[in-house]
Design a protein around this ligand. Structure first.
Ligand SMILES: [Ca+2]
Ligand SMILES: [Ca+2]
Ligand SMILES: [Ca+2]
Ligand SMILES: [Zn+2]
Length: 309
């Protein structure tokens, strides 16, 4: 091991320890104080789907969106009107060289990703129309091989974000890179902003952008999914078949993540409805996911008002 890599490993360990300390449960019982929490139980890869791995973000045991359960249960859903919240998006292209296959994604892919986000969140793809629209604020381009291969929760991630991030809690920073561990992407939750503003944002595998080549995850819905986390949503299979699940009443409970496109799958037979494999917050193929629900739209709206507006 070279001196440089041992220094880097030491830094990684220090950062992991810092995260662990920050993430320790406190008297306020919000265990997800740190933006990075992994669920060891969830199956997070499917070798038959290109070997890519999904993020393993989990809901904290106490919902940081105070009062949400009462709102969710038995109330009429009403989010703000569609396209009433326009989110500025700062895209940070991290590459290992000037060519497209070195991660220097062309503007055309960024524009296509913006269209995918706007179509998904406006309901154009078939789901609920959420309040959110997205407009491109800026594009930065950085060549840095270490950052390009950043791992989840890594020293390189922290370093890249400290150097590149712009705006406040209402600015969506999207970082594109190669990523470590075959991950498609990850995100931070809105409730984490106050403690970790520098880490706020969404990281995606550059080839997950529309026609980027990471089949079957190259239609831009990795970003759609990660932005869902950034707006306060959890996975549809969160909590399996238990009562609260993902804290959303109009997404049927689901025991496991869906891979591919298993139409009609029903993994919680005692709970009404078939698995919401079409939902952006599942792990289905991009071609198979096309919807947010009205309940998710309300939760994102309330999360926005609570943490980002
Ligand atoms: Ca649900
Ligand atoms: Ca069911
Ligand atoms: Ca899709
Ligand atoms: Zn996720």
């Amino acid at each position: 091991m070279s001196n440089r890599s041992s220094i880097r490993v030491a830094a990684r360990v220090a950062f992991a320890l810092a995260l662990a300390l920050v993430g320790a449960p406190t008297a306020t019982a919000i265990p997800l104080a740190a933006p990075h929490t992994e669920d060891c139980q969830a199956p997070v890869s499917d070798a038959a789907r290109g070997g890519y791995k999904h993020d393993a973000h989990v809901a904290p045991s106490v919902d940081p969106l105070t009062g949400w359960r009462a709102t969710d249960e038995g109330q009429d859903f009403a989010a703000a009107a569609p396209s009433t919240v326009t989110i500025p998006v700062a895209v940070h292209v991290i590459n290992e060289g000037p060519s497209a296959d070195e991660g220097n994604v062309p503007q055309s892919l960024i524009d296509a990703q913006m269209r995918v986000l706007n179509d998904a969140y406006s309901g154009k793809t078939g789901g609920a129309a959420t309040p959110f629209a997205f407009t491109l604020l800026s594009v930065s381009r950085t060549t840095n091989v270490d950052w390009y291969n950043m791992g989840y929760g890594s020293f390189e991630e922290r370093e890249a974000k400290a150097a590149l991030r712009v705006g406040g809690p209402d600015t969506l920073n999207i970082y594109t890179a190669n990523l470590g561990g075959n991950l498609l992407g990850w995100a931070t939750f809105p409730s984490s902003y106050a403690q970790h503003p520098d880490l706020d944002g969404v990281v995606v595998l550059w080839s997950s952008l529309p026609r980027g080549g990471a089949e079957p995850y190259d239609e831009g819905d990795t970003a759609t999914h990660e932005v869902g986390h950034w707006l306060g949503l959890y996975h549809t299979f969160q909590g399996g078949c238990n009562k609260w699940g993902d804290y959303i009443t109009d997404t049927p409970a689901e025991r496991y993540p869906a891979f591919g496109c298993p139409v009609g799958s029903d993994t919680c037979t005692k709970q009404a409805g078939v698995d919401p494999i079409e939902n952006f917050m599942d792990y289905s193929d991009d071609a198979c996911m096309w919807a947010f629900t009205a309940g998710q739209s309300v939760r994102m709206d309330e999360s926005w008002n609570a943490f980002r507006a």
